[in-house]
Ligand binder design. Structure first.
Ligand code: BGC
Length: 403
């Protein structure tokens, strides 16, 4: 058996996001979309029960956060990633609800009391309804509205935050909302998608200055980076284009303002000449959501980041696996390649599994189960630690992996 040691002080933990876990985020564009006539009708036409796709009470983590952090501590995590919901904090433009800020302060204090280093996300897909209604990130002049929120929360909550994540997966947010029509506002327009991307870049770069000035803590986006490999000789051209669009366009324009690189890694794609992206599953074991498992890819992506000369934290990596048959192997194999990337010079300093608890998986509802901890939706959202979580806990505790 081989023992793979991780660098001293390595951060171990799991991640989540407010909309997916808190419940009752009624003031967001997502909530409005979930309940919209168009969305409900669409699900019914597919023979699905719309109720299974309402986020509702989610995991009730708005009230049960202390229980969740206690589980993380029990599982030997020393770090956590979660977010705060802008729509709760600023329910109307310019009005910041102090009672909600008090709530998030308690939540941050709880994370600290459980010995967790905190990565705090400020924007994870959802928007306050009022912000979406005035054009959201499509309008450059709206960036200042996001910055006002950033200013407020950095002053009020900054003392508890160790790492800031300004925006989660800007490439997914823009492409799914403004091109693939998967997420609200379900638009298909390349020009509008590009506008959103450029405004998110601006938002990050300016937010980074504010966060550093007000708190002095390191800042990054959580970039979703995929391993893209040509499916054929000619596919090398489309791979280069796909790599530019999916991985490097935003990163190159924001990395100068990021103190570390927050990296979310899930998928590997074979890129063909015409197909742009072939199924990620080609030739690999598939997760419950049909994504191919490809741990080698994480090493390639990490090594591609070496040139930026910044510390890297893996802010998401995980598997939808309701039966808990794949998760232990998934984590261990990915970590094996993370270890190998470190040995080859990638400055990786932490790993946050996605996710701590089963949660609301956006347009897929509650069906995909990514959690280290099961949420029993038939039994008052009872938290049940999965076997794989205990195996991951051993790695967190030891700071090494045995293969
Ligand atoms: C997102 C999460 C999501 C996960 C699994 C990531 O792209 O940041 O919100 O739940 O992937 O799909």
């Amino acid at each position: 058996m081989q023992r793979l040691k991780f660098p001293k002080g390595f951060l171990w933990g799991a991640a989540g996001s407010p909309y997916q876990t808190e419940g009752n985020n009624t003031n967001t564009d997502w909530w409005a979309w979930e309940h919209s006539h168009k969305r409900v009708e669409h699900l019914e036409k597919q023979g699905k029960d719309p109720k299974a796709y309402f986020s509702g009470i989610a995991c009730d983590s708005y009230n049960r956060f202390d229980e969740d952090f206690a589980i993380a501590e029990h599982l030997s995590h020393n770090a956590t990633r979660f977010g705060i919901e802008w729509a709760r904090i600023e329910p109307r433009q310019g009005y910041f609800d102090e009672s909600i800020l008090d709530h998030y302060e308690k939540m941050l204090q709880s994370a600290k009391a459980h010995g967790l280093t905190v990565f705090l996300t400020l924007h994870h897909y959802t928007l306050p309804k009022w912000f979406a209604e005035c054009g959201g990130f499509e309008k450059q002049e709206n960036v200042r509205l996001f910055l006002a929120y950033v200013k407020k929360v950095s002053k009020r909550l900054g003392e508890y935050v160790d790492f800031w994540i300004t925006i989660n997966e800007p490439e997914v947010y823009a492409s799914h909302g403004y091109f693939f029509k998967k997420y609200p506002p379900q638009i298909r327009s390349l020009s509008r998608c590009i506008k959103v991307v450029n405004n998110l870049i601006l938002a990050h770069n300016q937010a980074s200055d504010i966060l550093k000035f007000n708190t002095g803590k390191p800042v990054s986006m959580a970039y979703q980076l995929s391993d893209l490999q040509p499916a054929s000789f000619l596919g090398r051209i489309t791979t280069a284009v796909a790599h530019f669009l999916a991985n490097s366009y935003i990163l190159e324009r924001t990395v100068g303002k990021s103190d570390f690189i927050g990296m979310n890694y899930y998928t590997h794609h074979h890129v063909g000449l015409l197909g742009f992206r072939k199924k990620s599953g080609t030739g690999h074991i598939l997760t419950d959501v049909g994504w191919g498992i490809h741990p080698e890819g994480i090493e390639r992506v990490l090594l591609s980041l070496k040139k930026y000369n910044k510390p890297i934290y893996i802010t998401e990596n995980g598997v939808a696996d309701a039966k808990d048959m794949l998760r232990e192997k998934y984590i261990k194999e990915h970590l094996q390649f993370v270890h190998s990337a470190i040995a080859k010079g990638a400055d990786v300093r932490g790993y946050l599994y996605w996710s701590l608890i089963d949660n609301f998986e956006w347009s897929e509802g509650f069906i995909p189960r990514f959690g280290l901890v099961e949420i029993d939706r038939e039994d008052l959202l009872r938290r049940k630690v999965r076997y794989s979580a205990t195996k991951y806990a051993e790695i967190c505790k030891n700071n090494y992996l045995e293969m």
